[in-house]
Design a protein around this ligand. Structure first.
Ligand SMILES: Cc1ncc(COP(=O)(O)O)c(C=O)c1O
Length: 392
């Protein structure tokens, strides 16, 4: 494992060069869903300028008119190199990768490959809300195996969910969020190996959403699900989109373990028509040339987790915050504030700050909000000030 200390990248802090005026000129979901007097700290978009290699790859493509259909395996090869260098994982086989439009479309397609309509899919709430919506839309039955009070997988609860899921005789899957959104939990090698063992015992197929994988806090190692013993029948979705802020440049990768290669090979060809060629170029550049930028981002996020803890202690001591081991999302337990199940609604109405609504994350979400830390220290400070103002 070649752990890279976050503080030594030499790149400038990407949050230092953004101003609120400039951010408000953006037209994406984060900036256009709420009126201009609301400070948006919700959806997982980052307030950063893009990494220079990404800008160069995209502008070179535009200058050249290189805006046709995607071809080749450069994205998968860049991910394989990144996985080897960052996570010490040398098992990502390019021939077992497929490009998909984005991670959630990849999730849908992978779940479709290993289950049928009406089959159960286990999820671990509180979890990324679209998991519920996308699975329901594709007619899968959602089985909840909530995280423990410590924000980690509860293997006893998971085993019971697997047992019930397969009891009906259908094909069951487990949509694993790794690292976990919203808690930022990074599953350990032991936890993942235990999941793989349970999956093997019960015949459950694991689909791991690993979109937040590059975003670990200092001193925390991400472990790819497919790298643990016994996980060979699993599938993973990876992308540069969260770590380099490329959601608008559609492209992600589905990765199969050796025991899932035959299924991935059955992925209908039309799925590979969804990713944008320019998106593939951007993601490839991010993974292969954007690591110094990523390290500067990670160092800044380490500082933001500390800053948020300080701000909450000073202005909102009733809020419980356990700084996450990864992601730029903070999961805040606001139950002691007495704001009911949906504190984000109160913070929005009275504080004019937009946070993600806890109840949308399923069991365990009531009384919580999710705050997006990927902004400047000034905006983060103003966000907490507005939350505190909502209580007065
Ligand atoms: C866990 C998780 N999966 C998927 C997504 C969405 O990814 P994409 O835009 O590639 O579908 C997000 C976005 O925040 C996420 O947090």
């Amino acid at each position: 494992m070649n752990r890279i200390p976050h503080e030594t990248s030499g790149e400038p802090n990407p949050f230092r060069s953004v101003t609120l005026d400039r951010l408000r000129r953006r037209t994406s979901m984060k900036w256009r869903t709420y009126p201009a007097d609301v400070l948006p700290l919700w959806v997982a978009e980052m307030d950063v300028p893009l990494a220079e290699p990404v800008v160069r790859a995209v502008t070179d493509a535009l200058a050249l008119g290189d805006t046709g259909y995607p071809a080749g395996t450069a994205y998968a090869r860049a991910l394989a190199r990144f996985a080897a260098e960052r996570w010490g994982w040398h098992g990502l086989a390019v021939e077992r990768c497929a490009i998909v439009p984005d991670v959630m479309m990849g999730v849908v397609e992978m779940v479709r490959l290993v289950t049928g309509p009406g089959d159960p899919v286990v999820v671990n709430p509180p979890v990324y809300p679209p998991f519920f919506q996308f699975l329901a839309h594709m007619d899968r039955r959602i089985a909840q195996a909530p995280l423990g009070a410590d924000g980690r997988l509860d293997l006893g609860v998971l085993e019971e969910a697997y047992r019930r899921a397969v009891a009906g005789g259908g094909r069951a899957a487990h949509l694993l969020c790794s690292p976990h959104n919203p808690t930022g939990t990074v599953h350990t090698a032991e936890e993942l190996a235990a999941v793989a063992a349970l999956a093997e015992r019960y015949g459950v197929r694991v689909v791991a959403d690993e979109i937040h994988a590059p975003l670990t806090a200092a001193g925390v190692d991400f472990v790819p699900y497919l790298s643990v013993p016994g996980a060979g029948s699993g599938l993973s979705l990876m992308s540069a989109s969260k770590a380099w802020n490329l959601a608008g440049l559609k492209a992600a990768l589905a990765v199969a373990g050796p025991g899932a290669a035959a299924e991935l090979a059955r992925l209908p060809e039309e799925v590979s028509h969804g990713p944008s060629h320019v998106g593939v170029l951007a993601h490839t550049a991010a993974l292969s040339e954007g690591t110094a930028w990523l390290d500067a981002l990670l160092a800044a996020l380490d500082a933001h987790r500390l800053l948020l803890a300080e701000l909450l202690a000073e202005h909102l001591p009733g809020v419980r915050y356990r700084p996450g081991e990864s992601t730029y999302l903070a999961w805040l337990d606001c139950r002691a504030l007495g704001l009911g199940d949906d504190p984000a609604a109160v913070f929005l109405k009275r504080g004019r700050v937009a946070l993600s609504h806890g109840p949308d994350f399923g069991t365990g979400g009531a009384g919580h909000v999710r705050l997006n830390l990927a902004t400047s220290p000034e905006i983060l400070t103003e966000g907490v000030r507005r939350m505190a103002a909502a209580l007065r």
